[in-house]
Ligand binder design. Sequence first.
Ligand code: ADP
Ligand code: MG
Length: 690
Amino acid sequence: MASIPQSGRKVRSKKAGSAASSLALKFERLGLRTAADFIVHLPLRYEDETRVTPIAQASVGAHVVLEGEIIRSEMQLRPRRQLHVELQDDSGKIDLRWLHVYPGQLGRVPVGRRIRARGEVRSRFHGMELIHPLLSEPGTELPSTLTPVYPSTDGLSQASLRKAINEALAQSDLSDTLPEAIRAEYQLAPLEPAIRTLHHPPADVSLSQLNTHTHPAWQRIKFDELLAQQLSLAQARAARLAQRAHPLPGQGNLVQALRASLPFTLTPAQQHVIAQISADLGHNYPMLRLLQGDVGSGKTIVAAFAAAQAISSGAQVAIMVPTEILAGQHYQKLLALLEPLGVQSAWLTGSLNTSERRAAMAAISEGSAQLVIGTQALIQEKTQFHRLGLVILDEQHRFGVGQRLALNRKGELTTDVLPHQLSMSATPIPRTLAMTFFADMDVSIIDSLPPGRLPILTKLFADIRRDEVLAQISIQVRSGRQAYWVCPLVEESETLQLQTAVDTYERLSALLADLRVGLMHGRLPAQEKAATMQAFHAGDIDLLVSTTVIEVGVDVPNATLMVIEHAERFGLAQLHQLRGRVGRGTHESACVLLYQPPLSGIARDRLRAMYETQDGFEIARRDLLQRGPGELLGLRQSGQVPLRFAQWESDELLITQAKAAAQRLSIEFPEHARAHRQRWMQERAEYLRG
Ligand code: ADP
Ligand code: MG
């Protein structure tokens, strides 16, 4: 019955060539290039077209196949032009409607003709209807499997997708990359039937298992994906262990001298991670270690120990930080610790004047600067190191993979081997996430804060209560403490944000006339920034009004009050970092989150999370729920391959299994391991961390 309209849409005729290339473009948009891509383009859901439903049993929302006789067929002109057909079977009647009509269509659905109609049932004023149903000959054979509905893109029909995927399935080698022994150990379904089941499930399959991705076929795919990821990470790790670095076991007594000069005792957690790093530095392959510790847990001193050991072994050390303010602060702190012990250092940021820069560059390239602290200026082309053996990245989540590698390369250039690398971050990574994304790195955790820290009191104030906040600032300052006032994020424009900071500074200076108020923002000249931070460190500024430039790393233990204006505009991780600027000494601290009602649901959740917990892990967990791991960890710019099928939150068992299986496969079945990685990673593998 070729005369039956297959769809209400008009099909414009196109030149075959351009149609094919535009189809390819659409596939491309979905990331579908090779047959392998098509094979793992898996359905979002399924429609059941395996049986004919009696009209009376069709329920709203269901996708049904109906068969019956046309008992009415008319072209309506009002309220709009539409084709209206009524279909009847032994059990009842239903409307079929086409809102786009083309010439001759009416003639193809004459009263009295029997047809089959497929589509989604919608409720109508009286009864139910199908809009733009697909029509075909009644009585022909029905499919024996469920019909897949694939993720698609504008203008790409399910029919084209199904056709391309079926072709790929027919042509491709779906041989199993897992040996029987591994399949048996983890009770995994064989690959080919699993893939075929996911594309064309038999009619009696458990739809709920399919939809929740718990069906054995889904488990197999997720396992394979995780296994490929683990294999790649293991390969990256093996490649690193095969590379050479100069061992820096430490010589003389610089490290002991540093330990003896500390004004405090290291916590057991700090001692533990210092020992781990010390052992790593002694190896002749490069360390790649991530040091995690909540805000204020004392990571800087750990970096100082690593630097001291490397320097005493004759290496140069570079510490790269994301902001100039932090570079200045680290420089002073580390200088205070290490200079008395004879260590020479230099600092390098984008805003040094010409003669300062020249002097710094010379000290760095001649090697008279043993410790170099700086911003991204460290990786610019002109910067040449002398014997760079250890690179440290503070707040590593703020750097992209390219920047990290660029600093490594500086080391390689000067020593012919890779430098050791220590990354530090306050962003805690849940265990399963660490296993899936950072498995090639070693991870150290500082899991406790230095003793004597008091919990930070967090208060939520609607903006109209800012007078109370001002009073609180005065009280704190009168008892010798200091405060921060962080101005709102203005997403649209940096200039506006700056203006807000300047305005706030002027207003607060006037309102709190007896206080010494300072202003900090990213556009201040470097000298002014440094001078202001120094004055705040020295206690010569009572209240520091600032943009978010002080978000990370700033450490002024005497500051006990943090006010964040328009807190509802900030992300959770950012609020946690900002709050972490206080509570660093032994005085009781508070963080006031000023917000502008009414709050959106998400903003309310965020502020509530801040109020309810101070635990960085818990904050990170909630942040992940709200935003996903990409943004939290800077994964988006890290070049990591995201997971498509498995989920690190809910597939913990599979992740653990895949990790174990990856080890076994690499040792016992290296050919399978290679084939598996190749099938899954293809060209993506090169983006993995090197
Ligand atoms: P973060 O982990 O956020 O980088 P910092 O390294 O800035 O933390 O340390 C926070 C503060 O804690 C600093 O003032 C530092 O001097 C202090 N500190 C670090 N370790 C200890 C310790 N073991 N005992 C007491 N204070 C410490
Ligand atoms: Mg820090």
